[in-house]
Design a protein around this ligand. Structure first.
Ligand code: NDP
Length: 452
């Protein structure tokens, strides 16, 4: 049977674009891709990239005070949201163009419309055109969700935060995950009076407790009103403001309320039900280790599968799919020991098990040090950083590495290589320190602070 294409990809985000480009560019497969929104997906258009640019923008406010302490005669000025936002929009347009060109230059035909699957080898575009393909790859990503409660329609999500007409005077951010905690730091740094509600006892659930505790303390130190064990009961419009009633009995008014309470896979309305493609509890597409669904010609990668929802993981899943299906080399996706960064202020870099997870699994030694970094300390700041290693008593392997410090994301990428290679504590110890840098503490911690 002959098909219009060897591969039809639905979704032009990080995972979909990578799979399409590698399949077409490296194996000569005939590939098409459909995208209903902007090319680049969540990460490039309304996620990691604009977020990181906003982190950069927000960090300058603290630098002025530091620079003064180092002898610079400079004064803090105002932040011009319109100027920054104009440049941000231009940069995102440029990046979207790069993504479109990647596809074009690799011979991938793209369709700027929504697509749905009508049978195991046929895709229907929004204009009614049907295309057949030997393989279909679903890479439609996810979207933010706001829980239903009185006034929930007044909330914005991370999708809208990048396009505020003006910076609010104050903001409430609800949630304690990556997105809520990162945006609390961003908004605070940009000079917005920031409140964060989290329903549980500590933000960043699932990460190392000591690290989460330090981040929360420092966020408060930076001026964010982090209210733990607190949730919204109802929201009502009060003129230009939003009146928020909270579970702690408080009532406050905010210019903007942003919900970052999790994301849902974009798997509805793409024809999966009729084909019997299995979905999970959150609606995610169920796939095996090769990203294959129960319908053999249909694969899915990235956030729509809700495995590990990170751009580099979606890209890996896309590459492993091409390796398996187009290069004849069955390659399962390796989801073990993924280093990751959380761009809170202070930033966190982490790989492997938290102390709590490791202790539940085996006997461990914990090496940890917390200190004032040279630059901040000289400037009179009280901020602390944390370096922490979790070591298996039986194998001596470093099971987890957690860093809370400026630049922690850069550090963990490198420490992640060692941990992924199975480095032992003694391997860390025999590596000579780089002096004077914060990360040298990772190779100079001699005695465990505790065993568990
Ligand atoms: P998360 O799932 O990480 O966090 C959701 C937060 O909202 C949790 O604190 C959760 O609380 C809370 N929550 C859930 N439901 C409710 C509710 N009904 N009322 C109040 N609070 C609620 O989601 P995010 O949206 O922060 O991020 C989504 C994903 O995006 C992440 O998992 C991550 O994979 C990815 N991401 C990665 C980044 C990075 O690598 N730096 C940056 C941004 C996103 P509880 O803990 O109690 O469940």
């Amino acid at each position: 049977m002959s098909f219009d294409y060897d591969l039809f990809v639905i979704g032009g985000g990080s995972g979909g674009v990578r799979a399409a480009r590698v399949a077409a560019g490296e194996t000569g497969a005939k590939v098409a891709l459909a995208e209903e929104d902007r090319y680049g997906g969540t990460c490039v258009i309304r996620g990691c990239v604009p977020k990181k640019l906003m982190v950069f923008a927000s960090e300058f406010s603290g630098m002025v005070g530091d620079a003064q302490a180092f002898g610079w005669d400079i004064r803090p000025g105002g932040f011009d949201w319109n100027l920054f936002h104009g440049k941000l929009v231009t940069e995102l347009d440029r990046l979207e163009g790069v993504y479109r060109n990647i596809l074009k230059n690799n011979g991938v035909e793209s369709f700027d419309q929504r697509a749905r699957v009508v049978d195991p080898h046929t895709v229907e575009l929004a204009d009614g055109t049907r295309k057949t393909a030997k393989h279909i790859l679903i890479a439609t990503g996810g979207r933010p969700v706001v829980p239903e409660f009185p006034g929930s329609d007044l909330a914005i999500t991370s999708n809208e935060i990048f396009h505020l007409e003006k910076l609010p005077e104050n903001i409430l951010i609800v949630g304690g995950g990556y997105i809520a905690s990162e945006f609390a730091g961003i908004m605070n740094g940009l000079g917005v009076k920031t409140t964060q509600f989290y329903r549980g006892p500590q933000i960043l659930r699932g990460f190392d407790e000591e690290a989460r505790g330090l981040i929360c303390d420092e966020m408060r130190q930076n001026g964010i009103d982090v209210r733990l064990e607190t949730n919204v009961v109802e929201m009502t419009k009060a003129g230009d403001k939003i009146r928020v009633k909270a579970t702690d009995g408080s009532e406050d008014q905010f210019d903007v309320v942003m919900y970052a309470t999790g994301r849902a896979p974009n798997a509805d309305d793409i024809g999966l039900e009729a084909l019997g493609v299995e979905r999970g509890r959150k609606g995610e597409i169920i796939v095996d280790e090769y990203s294959q669904t129960g319908v053999p010609s249909i694969y899915a990668i990235g956030d729509v599968t809700d495995r590990v929802n990170l751009t580099p993981v979606a890209i890996r899943e896309g590459m492993a799919f091409v390796e398996t299906v187009f290069k004849g080399n069955p390659t399962p996706v390796d989801h073990e020991l993924i280093p990751t960064a959380i761009f809170t202020q202070p930033e966190m870099g982490t790989v492997g098990l938290s102390e709590e997870e490791a202790a539940a699994q085996e006997s461990i030694e914990v090496y940890t040090t917390s200190f004032k970094p040279m630059q901040k300390s000289f400037a009179g700041g009280s901020q602390k950083v944390l370096m922490k290693l979790i070591v298996s008593q039986a194998t001596r392997k470093v099971l987890g590495c957690h860093i809370v410090a400026p630049g922690a994301g850069e550090m963990i990428q490198l420490a992640g290589i060692a941990v992924k290679m199975g480095a032992t504590k003694e391997d860390f110890d025999r590596t000579v320190a780089v002096h004077p840098v914060m990360a040298e503490e990772l190779v100079t911690m001699r005695q465990p602070v505790r065993t568990a």
